[in-house]
Design a protein around this ligand. Structure first.
Ligand code: HEC
Ligand code: HEC
Ligand code: HEC
Ligand code: HEC
Ligand code: HEC
Ligand code: HEC
Ligand code: HEC
Ligand code: HEC
Length: 504
């Protein structure tokens, strides 16, 4: 699949209008429009039972594990017997013999949603539902071989299949609201369309499994989002491991903080990237600090939401630091104006929030901490973590400026096919050592610094985050000097040889 960019100039207005009205329900509505027709089950119960007997009777030999799990699941043991969920409730009735198994249907989240409306609606409103869309928004994803990127589910797609397929963003040529393709993309994939089984795995579909923090750990781990490692090495996780997590347990699980009261609409204030949309006030305040940028900033401010952030608001330095990060990600262009990536990543995939949503989510989270901790304790923790992110951004910005300077002065050349340079979203495709280092700050060190802070994992925050971040910045500044010196020497040598040639 290739990216096809539309000319974006005229599109900004649409994007910004969307931004201002940015409801979290865009994707949800898109999905709801296509709820599959209710199955018109007019069959006799006897006939259904007979068919179920056939599925089970044959599959006890073909796939005995699945039959055993199903028979032990809540679906085969419903409170009311007449509600029993059959193999055919999820797989249809077309396949009934040894050789026609390709006719078996594979369920999507909508199929689960026919019976579990509330969870389906909430899930569709949360960030998980956007996981596939946001993966495809990444330029680095498009260059990877098929089994890493898509079917096969062995790379990005293995974790990101928790998102709904078929949501259309800029990458698919859609520059407006998120639209749903009506099932075309899902039809390309036989497996992996069901989303819900990320936490309630088939065929036991247990709620107890989904309540266990280990259920999140196959995805929320590792390089750029080690929440499992951070949680299990912080006091909350340590106590959970020692004392267990029965209802009313002393230490919170991931679910207690992120799926509060069973609400499947997961979303955090800062999000994965630790970025938020600057407010009009933040940007106007920056003009005083950087008067030379007045025209660009005035234009940008006009498009932004008004307000302020609770706990720690942006000061001009932070606004500028973050603007540089957005610029190095190709989300703002060289004139600090939003690009097509802004539409897809920020507006459509909701990777960053404005003040109203941020404050609301933050307050909800704090009220939740408040069940066990005092307000003062929680405020201190949140403020300290915001300040840590701010400090990390300031270090990161120094490194970005150094690399941007190398491009400006012609010492680094924009690689062929790249739209932006430096481009953090090229990830490990970065062509030079100095940009590889910048990528490590972006996706590993800065992430661990702020994520570790919020999850109260001091080792992740400091030794896996802040410490390597500082040394990477030092390496980059050193490397910059070296590249400049080499460039100067090369130019001098060239000038000299030209001089010699001219004299001949
Ligand atoms: C006579 C035997 C038989 C009966 C009856 C039967 N199946 Fe199957 N089914 C199979 C075989 C064989 C396969 C292929 C297994 C394999 O590839 O290992 C299969 C595969 C499947 C698959 C997986 C398809 C895939 O693409 O991976 C599903 C789902 C399925 N059956 C559901 C059902 C349901 C639901 C029923 C009852 C409506 C049913 N089966 C009845 C024999 C049967
Ligand atoms: C035909 C209706 C139907 C479909 C389709 C269906 N379920 Fe269920 N589900 C039920 C019923 C009924 C129960 C049992 C409720 C009870 O305890 O009586 C249940 C129970 C559950 C539970 C356990 C709830 C608990 O309190 O223990 C989970 C989790 C679950 N389903 C997930 C799913 C997922 C995921 C899918 C899609 C892959 C799905 N269901 C598809 C009807 C359905
Ligand atoms: C509540 C819904 C539900 C019920 C009931 C259900 N399945 Fe499934 N089944 C699924 C889901 C979800 C998948 C995974 C689909 C995917 O990967 O996209 C699946 C996949 C399968 C597969 C292929 C994948 C594999 O792991 O081999 C087989 C075979 C299968 N089911 C057989 C059965 C049989 C037989 C029954 C009844 C005994 C049954 N299923 C009942 C939801 C269900
Ligand atoms: C990110 C993990 C995750 C995903 C994805 C997920 N669930 Fe859940 N689900 C949970 C957790 C955690 C609970 C238990 C909540 C609680 O403590 O009440 C739960 C509970 C449930 C219950 C039982 C509710 C009750 O009150 O007994 C059902 C039914 C259910 N989920 C269906 C679904 C369906 C349908 C989907 C897909 C649309 C889905 N879930 C996706 C984590 C998940
Ligand atoms: C005590 C509550 C708590 C627990 C337990 C917890 N988190 Fe968090 N989580 C937070 C807070 C606070 C934030 C940052 C909120 C913000 O952005 O303001 C956060 C942020 C996140 C984020 C967004 C990116 C980031 O790391 O900042 C993800 C994803 C996440 N948590 C997943 C998890 C997972 C998975 C677990 C379990 C392994 C978990 N969390 C355990 C409180 C918790
Ligand atoms: C199959 C992999 C997978 C599993 C399992 C999983 N997640 Fe996620 N989660 C993701 C992906 C991918 C995203 C990013 C989606 C996006 O932001 O568009 C995400 C995003 C999140 C976010 C939103 C962070 C933000 O940007 O605000 C939270 C919170 C979260 N997950 C919590 C959990 C919890 C808690 C569990 C376990 C109950 C869990 N997840 C299980 C893959 C998973
Ligand atoms: C091990 C599972 C896993 C793999 C592999 C993975 N991701 Fe993720 N990804 C996640 C989780 C979990 C999150 C959410 C983490 C958080 O919020 O802290 C996420 C978040 C993201 C986000 C940010 C979403 C947002 O809205 O903030 C993007 C973009 C992304 N991933 C792209 C990719 C791409 C592209 C690849 C492959 C090059 C990839 N991911 C590989 C699990 C994975
Ligand atoms: C279910 C109760 C519960 C909830 C909810 C909860 N905590 Fe805790 N927390 C504990 C317990 C118990 C401890 C360990 C005892 C202690 O240090 O007070 C703890 C410890 C801590 C620590 C100290 C860790 C250390 O290494 O010293 C911090 C910081 C913290 N919690 C922050 C939070 C924040 C922020 C939230 C909300 C996002 C939160 N907690 C939600 C129960 C909870």
């Amino acid at each position: 699949m290739r990216k096809h960019y539309l000319p974006v100039a005229g599109v900004m207005l649409v994007a910004l209008a969307l931004l201002l009205s940015a409801g979290s329900g865009v994707a949800a509505e898109a999905v709801a429009q296509k709820a599959p027709e209710q199955k018109t089950e007019v069959k006799q119960i006897d006939e259904e039972k007979k068919l179920q007997g056939e599925c089970v009777g044959c599959h006890i030999n073909v796939t005995p594990g699945i039959v055993k799990q199903h028979l032990g699941s809540p679906h085969a043991n419903t409170t009311n017997q007449e509600d029993e969920v059959l193999c055919s409730s999820c797989h249809g009735e077309k396949h009934t013999a040894m050789d026609d198994w390709k006719k078996a249907e594979m369920p999507t989240a909508e199929v689960c949603g026919e019976c579990h409306k509330k969870q389906h609606r909430q899930h569709a409103e949360g960030k998980h539902n956007l996981g596939w869309l946001v993966m495809k928004s990444q330029i680095a994803w498009h260059g990877q071989p098929g089994a890493i990127a898509g079917e096969g589910y062995r790379g990005c797609s293995g974790c990101h299949k928790i998102g709904k397929k078929g949501l259309l963003g800029v990458t698919d040529g859609n520059t407006g609201e998120v639209k749903y393709d009506g099932g075309k993309e899902e039809a390309k994939y036989r497996y992996g369309n069901v989303q819900c089984d990320a936490c309630h795995t088939r065929h036991s579909f247990k709620v107890s499994e989904a309540r266990d923090p280990r259920a999140c750990s196959n995805c929320h781990m590792g390089f750029d989002h080690p929440q499992w490692e951070m949680y299990s090495s912080a006091k909350h996780g340590v106590i959970w491991a020692i004392e267990g997590h029965e209802e009313g347990a002393r230490a919170p699980t991931c679910q207690n903080c992120h799926i509060m009261e069973g609400d499947h609409a997961v979303k955090t204030p800062w999000g994965f990237l630790g970025l938020r949309i600057p407010t009009k006030e933040n940007v106007l305040a920056l003009i005083k600090a950087a008067p030379s940028l007045e025209p660009q900033l005035t234009k940008l401010a006009a498009a932004l939401p008004s307000g302020n952030y609770i706990d720690v608001d942006d000061d001009p330095t932070w606004t500028l630091d973050r603007a540089l990060i957005l610029q190095a990600s190709g989300v703002l262009d060289e004139n600090l104006q939003p690009t097509e990536r802004f539409i897809e990543i920020v507006v459509q995939a909701q990777a960053a929030r404005g003040p109203d949503e941020f404050n609301e989510l933050r307050q909800k989270m704090k009220d939740n901490c408040n069940k066990c901790h005092s307000k003062g304790f929680v405020d201190l923790h949140m403020k300290a973590s915001d300040e840590i992110l701010k400090a990390a951004d300031h270090e990161f910005a120094k490194a970005i400026k150094a690399v941007q300077g190398l491009y400006k002065d012609g010492i680094l050349k924009k690689p062929e096919g790249w739209k932006y340079a430096p481009d953090l979203l090229q990830y490990y495709e970065a062509k030079t050592k100095i940009e590889q280092e910048l990528y490590m700050i972006f996706l590993e060190y800065r992430q661990r610094t702020f994520q570790g802070a919020f999850h109260a994992s001091n080792d992740y925050m400091h030794w896996y985050g802040w410490a390597p971040l500082k040394s990477a910045v030092a390496t980059i500044l050193e490397e910059e000097k070296k590249l400049r010196a080499e460039h100067k020497a090369k130019q001098a040598a060239q000038a000299h040889s030209e001089e010699v040639a001219a004299k001949r």
